[in-house]
Ligand binder design. Structure first.
Ligand code: GDP
Ligand code: GDP
Length: 435
C-alpha cells in the first residue's frame, strides 16, 4: 500500500525542516549504503508500524515569497490529486499572511484529508496564537515545532488514521507487480503496447484530466503478473515547473506499487543523471530492479560492445551493481520476452527465503575465511543470523559489537550472500544486533 503525505505551503514556513525530521533516520541509513545523491524532496518515513512516502512540494517551484504563481497553484493541485493526506503548513511566528489565504483557497477544494499545521509553535504564546488560523476554514490547527519535534507525534497519530491499509484482502496479492519506468521517449508505451498487444491512448489532451493507473494482468511463461501502467497516464501540465514535479510523483507512485521495476534507458543516450535518480529511488524503496537498454537497434556495435557497455554501466552504478542489464529493441522485438522473463526471475530472487540453517552454515564459512576486522583490539564475532519475513531480502546478524562492523565488511557479507544464494536484481539489507 502506498500512502503519500504531501507537505504544501508558502516558502519559509518550515516545510523542508518537517520533511527532514520525518525521513531523518531512514534516509541516513540508506544514504550510507547507496552513496546515491539524496533527493531533497522525496523520502520514506515510518510511524506506528507504517511506512509512508513524504513529499516536500516546496523544492520544486521556487516561486517568490509573496506571489502566488500559477506554477505553485498547479503544483498544489497535483499534490492534492495524488497524495493520500495533505499537510498544509503555516507559520505561527509570522502569523497569517495573504499568501497563506491564497494557498488555503486551493487546498480547501481538496477531497483528501487536509491537516492545518501551524509550525514554529515552540512557545506557549505562539501555541495560543495559532487560533488565528481557524479563519482559513480548514479546521483545528495542529501546533507543532518541526525544529524540536514538539507536537509532530500527535499530528502523525491523526495522519496515519487516514492511510489506506491492507485490511481488505488484496485480490492481487501474491501476483508480482511490475512497472516500466524511465525518462520520456525511451519507449515505455511502445513496450507496453507490444506486451499487451493493444494500442492505448497515450496522452489525454484535456488539461487536468487524470485516470487511475490501469493495471494489466498478463500471462507469460506460465506465470501471472501485473503491469503497473503509467505510460498511458500523462497529465498535461500547463506550467513548465509543474511538469517535473508531476512526473516525479507519477514515478514514485508507480514504483511504490510495484515489486519489480524495469528501468528503461535509451541506448543512444546511455545512463543519464535522471536514470541514476530513478534507479536510486527504486534501490532506496527496496524494489527488485532490472535495467532494460532499449533502442539497441540504433547502436553501431560489434561482438564486444555488450560486455564493454555492461561493465562500464555496472561500475557507474556501484554499489548498486546487483541488477541485470538487458540490451533490447522494442521496435525489432529483440529480447523483449527475455526482459519479462528476467523480471520474473528478479521477483523470485527478491522474495526468496533462505533457511536459517543453510544461511548460517554458508555464511559462517565465509566469515571464517575473512573475519570482521578487530576494533581497538576488540575481537568482533558474528554469532548467528536469520532472514526476516520482509518483502525484500533482509537479514539480522547477531554479534558482540554491532557498532564496530564497518561498511566495507557489510559489503563483503552482501557480496558473499549474492554469490551463494543468487539475489540478482534484489536489494539486500543487513542489520546488526547485539547478542
Ligand atoms: P520551507 O521554505 O517551507 O521549506 O522552510 P524551511 O524548512 O526552509 O524553514 C524556513 C526557516 O524556518 C528556516 O530558517 C528554519 O530554520 C526555520 N524553521 C523551520 N521550522 C522551524 C520551527 O519549528 N521553529 C522555528 N523557530 N524555526 C523553524
Ligand atoms: P515513452 O515516452 O517512454 O512511452 O516512449 P514511446 O513508447 O512513446 O517511444 C518514443 C519513440 O521511440 C517512438 O517514436 C517509438 O517509436 C521509438 N522507439 C521505441 N522503442 C524503440 C526501439 O526499440 N528502437 C527504435 N529505433 N525506436 C524506438
Amino acid at each position: 500500500m502506498s500512502n503519500i503525505v504531501a507537505i504544501v505551503g508558502r516558502p519559509n514556513v518550515g516545510k523542508s525542516t518537517l520533511f527532514n525530521r520525518l525521513i531523518k533516520e531512514r534516509q541516513a541509513i540508506m544514504d550510507d549504503q547507496s552513496g546515491v545523491t539524496r533527493d531533497r524532496h522525496y523520502g520514506h518515513a515510518f510511524w506506528t508500524e507504517q511506512y509512508f512516502t513524504v513529499i516536500d512540494t516546496g523544492g520544486y517551484v521556487v516561486g517568490s515569497e509573496d506571489v502566488f504563481e500559477d506554477a505553485i497553484r498547479e503544483q498544489v493541485e497535483i499534490a492534492m490529486e495524488e497524495a493520500t493526506v495533505i499537510l498544509f503548513m503555516v507559520d505561527s511566528m509570522s502569523g497569517l499572511t495573504d499568501l497563506d489565504k491564497d494557498f488555503a483557497n486551493v487546498v480547501r477544494k481538496s477531497k483528501k484529508p487536509v491537516f492545518l499545521v501551524a509550525n514554529k509553535a515552540e512557545t506557549v504564546e505562539r501555541q495560543h496564537a495559532t487560533a488565528e488560523f481557524y479563519e482559513l476554514g480548514l479546521g483545528d490547527p495542529y501546533p507543532v515545532s518541526s525544529q524540536t519535534g514538539h507536537g509532530t507525534g500527535d499530528l502523525l497519530d491523526d495522519v496515519v488514521k487516514h492511510f489506506k491499509t491492507a485490511g481488505i484482502e488484496d485480490p492481487d496479492a501474491g501476483i508480482p507487480k511490475i512497472s516500466i519506468l524511465g525518462r520520456p521517449n525511451v519507449g515505455k508505451s511502445s513496450f507496453l503496447n507490444v506486451l499487451t498487444g493493444k494500442e492505448r491512448s497515450i496522452v489525454t489532451d484535456i488539461a487536468g484530466t487524470t485516470r487511475d493507473a490501469i493495471n494489466t494482468h498478463y500471462k507469460a511463461f506460465g506465470k501471472d503478473f501485473i503491469l503497473v501502467d503509467t505510460a498511458g497516464i500523462r497529465r498535461k501540465a500547463k506550467v513548465k515547473d509543474a511538469i517535473e514535479f508531476y512526473s516525479t510523483l507519477r514515478t514514485v507512485k508507480a514504483m511504490e506499487e510495484s515489486d519489480v521495476v524495469i528501468v528503461m534507458l535509451d541506448a543512444t543516450r546511455g545512463l543519464e543523471a535522471q536514470d541514476m535518480h530513478i534507479i536510486g529511488m527504486a534501490h532506496k524503496a527496496k524494489k527488485g530492479i532490472l535495467i532494460m537498454i532499449n533502442k539497441w537497434d540504433l547502436v553501431e556495435k560489434d561482438s564486444k560492445t555488450v560486455d564493454k557497455l555492461r561493465k562500464e554501466m555496472l561500475e557507474r552504478l556501484a554499489p548498486m551493481d546487483y541488477m541485470p542489464i538487458i540490451f533490447a529493441s522494442v521496435v525489432e522485438k529483440q529480447r523483449i520476452f527475455q526482459v519479462m522473463e528476467k523480471a520474473m526471475e528478479v521477483y523470485e530472487n527478491k522474495t526468496k527465503k533462505i533457511t536459517t540453517s543453510r544461511l548460517n552454515e554458508v555464511m559462517q564459512a565465509e566469515i571464517e575465511k575473512y573475519p570482521p576486522p578487530a576494533h581497538r583490539g576488540k575481537h568482533i564475532k558474528i554469532k548467528y543470523m536469520i532472514q526476516l519475513p520482509t518483502p525484500s531480502p533482509t537479514f539480522v546478524m547477531f554479534c558482540n559489537y554491532p557498532k564496530h562492523i564497518k561498511e566495507p565488511y557489510v559489503r563483503y557479507l552482501e557480496n558473499r550472500m549474492r554469490d551463494n544464494f543468487g539475489f540478482e536484481g534484489a536489494p539486500i539489507t543487513i542489520f546488526f544486533r547485539e547478542k
